[in-house]
Design a protein around this ligand. Sequence first.
Ligand SMILES: Cc1cc2nc3c(=O)[nH]c(=O)nc-3n(C[C@H](O)[C@H](O)[C@H](O)COP(=O)(O)O)c2cc1C
Length: 380
Amino acid sequence: MTSNATTNPLLTPIGLGDLELTNRVWMAPLTRSRSSMPGNVPNALMAEYYEQRAGVGGSGLIIAEATPVSDRGHGYYATPGIHTDTQVEGWKLVTDAVHARGGHIVLQLWHVGRVSSSELQPNGDSPLGPTDVPSGSKTYVDDSGTRVDNSVPRALRDDEIPGIVEQFARGARNAKRAGFDGVEIHGANSYLLDQFTRDGVNTRDGDYGGTLEKRLRFPIEVARAVVDAWGDARRVGYRISPLSEHKDVRDSDPGLTFSTLARELGALGLGYLHAVETWDRSNADPRIETVIPRIVRAFKEGGGSLYVANGDIDPERGAAMIDSGWADAIAFGKAFIANPDLSARIGVGGPFNEWDSDTFYGGDARGYTDYPALSGTPTA
Ligand SMILES: Cc1cc2nc3c(=O)[nH]c(=O)nc-3n(C[C@H](O)[C@H](O)[C@H](O)COP(=O)(O)O)c2cc1C
């Protein structure tokens, strides 16, 4: 454990465009399914949760949970949206609370694509995917905790894609109205943009499938539209999970696919690229060592700014990753669920609270806002 706050590279400031962030201990996006229903509206409890993790002692940048850009983008019960005015008003509670504490927060823009149940879709319709092949995964459609199979999707027509690109752009405009400092495009973890990117899922013909260039067309159109909507590319990030095969999303050459995507994203001037490198370092894909640096190099050569690493990274490893130049910032997920004052704890060498996975999704304040800060730290 690096215990000297003045020398720990995780605790040094970093700029994201013209935003000055106090540390490199960023909070990874975490779905917690505690929005108010019906309507998927952010609420005061969510504001309290994010406020606890903001500012000095908390995270340099909070990446708020995955947030659907349209009613068809939902795939889990009680995930907050960014497609209605009521949701925008709800998010203002969150951004105001974070800013009052001197923190910064960006919103992760999400469309689940095929990873959804008809029970979560308007009129009980089929979810939308690149093809009609289901994800083979399960979801929860109410607060009972029961999991149901995701539904067989309907393949999107090419002429429907521009409408979804516009939904992402509207999501960015709404996020700006709601007071966010930027947005992260969710291109990871087997959701819609990831489904179009990878050749194991995108077996389409036409303008959005077939070749690598056509598979990347939709994600890049989204990135361009979001940059235009926000008006400052350095406030836009993009998340990928190039080596994950969760929910049956595979690619025959992730190094080529994602370095090509990363170069294009860099050329748009994006503020950061964020990768889930693995969920488990003890059982990680050995290609991390070659594929990730190749992707990061392409992003930066293209003109992109920061690289943010995530996935089963403890503070020692995170500090070493910054020190060696592997990453510019580290996004911590589960550690931030359990430790609202994570950067303060890193500064004093711990101890760290353990997370309780039973309370990850849904429910109330328990396992959400009741994790204690260390006494004596700024967030206590
Ligand atoms: C409860 C929970 C919710 C998550 N929700 C999201 C999400 O909304 N968006 C996303 O991109 N990743 C999500 N993830 C993945 C995390 O951001 C992160 O990649 C993962 O937890 C591995 O990082 P860690 O080892 O630091 O926890 C979630 C993970 C957990 C445990």
